[in-house]
Design a protein around this ligand. Structure first.
Ligand code: HEM
Length: 485
């Protein structure tokens, strides 16, 4: 009993061990309160590498980004999928993918990810452009007058991105182009998302109120008989649906739950990331002005006349040329991301950290990278708390040289994870945020009241892009033809 209560003791060659005095929880409470501050404090006390006992797991944090390449390139002894095979099915409600009933399913799912990239990215980007434009036109460009209107910025981003992404990924309904009930579905999605941290922590469903019912409602939207009536669906979703149909052992609800999980992956981070880009630009008018001018220049170069009754189309190639915009988005991601990169140790071994050092790690332990500590390191990023929209630009090109201890970093911006588990939707995500901001900036004057400020809600640290603690009011007004010149 004593050993159980005290947990394990540090062995020779292992990193410093921080267990806390609460059995099972260990340091979980302090970590949840402010993960970044907690980890920085441990780094000051124990150095770059230490193990923390958090809720039954021994997690070894690697805090020096110069050591990241050694961790990220490890394939054999550090596994990622064990973690997703337990946590994701529990969260989204489908059976574990590695179950014997579904031979080869995991590999087939992974192989669908390439359909978010390469030439398929061009198709996805074109489709997203049309859908974003349609939503903007119907909901926000319909009033001819140029008076100021008010809105809530997070609500605005979430509504637009949710519907446009849904249409792009899953297709259009049998009649009309809008699915009925998108508003309530988005609200259910946000309710589910509020519970996401608790689901990821595998909190029993009966403790989570209506969450199971809400999840069921969301999953029901994706039943095969409904989805088969939708047209224009993306190749990505098409291929996944065909894969699921190859397995008699997958029930319709299981297939639908897989599709729902992808909706979460596609919107859960993109919506807050879009919000922060919009928010930081609105709170830095000079940045907003430069970015708007860049967009107008790219449009003008291709002879596009900008006016509010004409649709804007920006090709993938044009989006690639928006370097100020890209830098502003990357800067927003730097400031707002708090994802954790996790690998599970497959066998006891010595993990090499750099040319001189290695540490002993044990089977079943977790190795964690916490990129926020790099994003907020004043040695890597001067004045890291401030938004500098052109931080990732140098001499009109993307800036990629950032340093620590005088050495150039390979990994300095990691909102999308790293190595073999990097987000397959990252290029699509950047493009859709660009498209959203292009429409917003070209069509509207924007104004954020000076009193309207929000901050990052750190309670979701570790899980991706942080959400704002509160929504902010903003004003917007259609730009007139003269504004465009
Ligand atoms: C996985 C971030 C948008 C699809 C991930 C991971 C991160 C991430 C951190 C886990 C990587 C790891 O643990 O190493 C983001 C952010 C986004 C975004 C910050 C927006 C700003 C998207 C979009 C899609 C998408 C738009 C799809 C259309 C996925 C999928 C996975 C994933 C399918 C799981 C990959 C796997 O199981 O190996 N994302 N993502 N993501 N993301 Fe994204």
């Amino acid at each position: 009993v004593l050993v159980l209560l005290r947990g394990r003791t540090r062995r020779v060659g292992e990193p410093p061990l921080i267990t806390g005095w609460i059995p099972y929880l260990g340091k979980a409470l302090e970590f949840r309160k402010d993960a970044h501050a907690f980890l920085e404090e441990q780094r000051r006390r124990h150095g770059d590498v230490f193990t923390v006992y958090i809720k039954g797991n021994y997690m070894t944090f690697i805090m020096n980004p110069l050591m990241y390449p050694n961790i990220i390139k490890h394939g054999r002894q550090l596994d990622f999928h064990k973690f997703t095979n337990v946590v994701a099915p529990y969260t989204f409600g489908y059976p574990p993918v590695d179950d014997v009933r579904f031979p080869g399913l995991g590999d087939k799912i992974s192989s669908s990810f390439h359909l978010l990239q390469g030439s398929n990215l061009t198709l996805l980007t074109e489709s997203m452009m049309a859908n974003l434009m349609a939503v903007f036109r119907q909901d926000y460009l319909n009033e001819a007058s140029d008076h100021w209107r008010t809105g809530l910025a997070y609500d605005f981003c979430t509504s637009v991105m949710f519907e446009a992404t849904f249409l792009t990924m899953y297709g259009r309904p049998p009649s009309g182009w809008r699915h009925p009930g998108m508003g309530p579905m988005k609200d259910d999605f946000l309710r589910f998302d509020t519970m996401f941290p608790l689901l990821i922590a595998q909190t029993p469903l009966w403790l989570l109120g209506n969450t199971e019912a809400t999840r069921l409602k969301l999953i029901n939207h994706f039943l095969p008989q409904k989805m088969s009536q939708w047209s224009n669906r993306s190749k990505f979703i098409q291929q996944r649906a065909e894969t699921f149909d190859q397995y008699d052992t997958l029930k319709d609800m299981d297939k639908a739950a897989h599709h729902f999980a992808i909706l979460w992956a596609a919107v859960g981070n993109t919506a807050p990331a879009t919000f922060w880009s919009m928010y930081y630009l609105m709170s830095h008018p000079e940045a907003l002005q430069t970015v708007r001018q860049e967009i107008q220049d790219v449009l003008n170069q291709s002879g596009v006349q900008i006016c509010c009754d004409r649709d804007i189309v920006l090709s993938r190639d044009q989006l690639d040329r928006l370097l100020y915009l890209e830098s502003a988005i990357n800067e927003s991601l730097r400031l707002s991301t708090a994802s954790m990169n996790i690998r599970v140790v497959e066998e006891d071994f010595h993990l090499r950290l750099d040319s001189e050092r290695s540490v002993a790690v044990r089977k079943g332990d977790i190795i964690a990278l916490y990129p926020q500590s790099v994003h907020m390191d004043p040695e890597v990023y001067e004045d890291p708390q401030s938004f500098r929209f052109d931080r990732f630009l140098v001499d009109g090109r993307e800036r990629t040289d950032f340093y620590k201890d005088g050495q150039r970093l390979k990994f300095y911006l990691m909102p999308f994870g790293s190595g073999s588990t990097m987000c397959p939707g990252r290029h699509f995500a950047i493009n859709e945020i660009k498209q959203f901001l292009c429409l917003l900036l070209v069509y509207f004057d924007l104004d954020l009241d000076h009193q309207q400020r929000t901050t990052l809600d750190c309670s979701r640290a570790g899980l991706g892009i942080l959400q704002p603690t509160k929504d902010v009011h903003f004003r917007y007004r259609l730009r007139t033809a003269t504004d465009h010149h």
